[in-house]
Design a protein around this ligand. Sequence first.
Ligand code: PSU
Ligand code: MN
Length: 305
Amino acid sequence: MSDERLLVVSDEVREALDRGRPVVALESTIIAHGLPRPRNLEVAEELEAVVRAGGAVPATIAVLDGRPHVGLDKEQLTRVACEDGLRKLGHRDLAPAIAAGAGGATTVSATAFLAARAGIRVFATGGLGGVHRQWTRSQDESADLHLLAKVRIAVVCAGVKSVLDVPATLQRLETLGVGVLGFRTTEFPGFYLSGSGEPVDWTAGSAAEVAGVLRAQDALGGPPSALVVANPVPVAEQLDPALHDRVLAEALAACARDGVTGQAVTPFLLDHLVRHTDGASLEANVAAVRGNARLAAEIAGAYAA
Ligand code: PSU
Ligand code: MN
């Protein structure tokens, strides 16, 4: 099957790419599995609007009826947000889903891969997958990290959720050779919180500076790898740090007490966080993603200029 027949790139995205106009890829797992309904569809539409307001074309990515789509229309976006039982597809799931004619929401690993294949250089998401706290026992480490070691794309994110092992995740990114650039921060962001307490080696002060790093990557050539642009949620919109620390500790204790393990751990902890912060963790989550979409549009614009 030829490339063009396999990847369905929307007319608007295709035209923008052909003309060298800024394009921002957006993932769909956050819509299908990361946010509650009906807020998820509102956020999906808001993110596209934020990218447009920033002067770029949004390209939300998902697999529909066995075909990877880059750029969704309203009806397709609604399917991703509302269809029951939509699968979560990492990069390794793409081929089986295509062969089976199945659909699914794409994680960071699948989205980054498909976006890069389509020729998109900038991608916005909420948080990256990472190394789980029980990794020494479970070996649970997101495939996001490994895929980002292999594709040339900038991923604008607010760090990784504090339910993960943040220092171990940063160590894996280092080992895998994935660059991490703090945006106006010398600290890796803490997703719900503006900071995680972990340092980053490099800081950019503007979208133009980030675009300069992307151009340097292009000029260097060699094996491709991603650049993680770590963009903190604004302090005014972060979750109250004392509340965060207390509820996370309670959630981890409840998890151990109830014997929750493996894949069930993350949904359990996130659900606990949303319920025991009266939805404040959800608002911080949405604020983080919104800020990332805005910055990604700016970076895409600076890169295209
Ligand atoms: N982090 C979030 N929200 C999300 C995800 C991560 O704050 O929705 C999603 C992303 O799509 C990410 C995926 O790529 O979870 C990682 O899943 P796993 O750990 O199974 O690789
Ligand atoms: Mn996992």
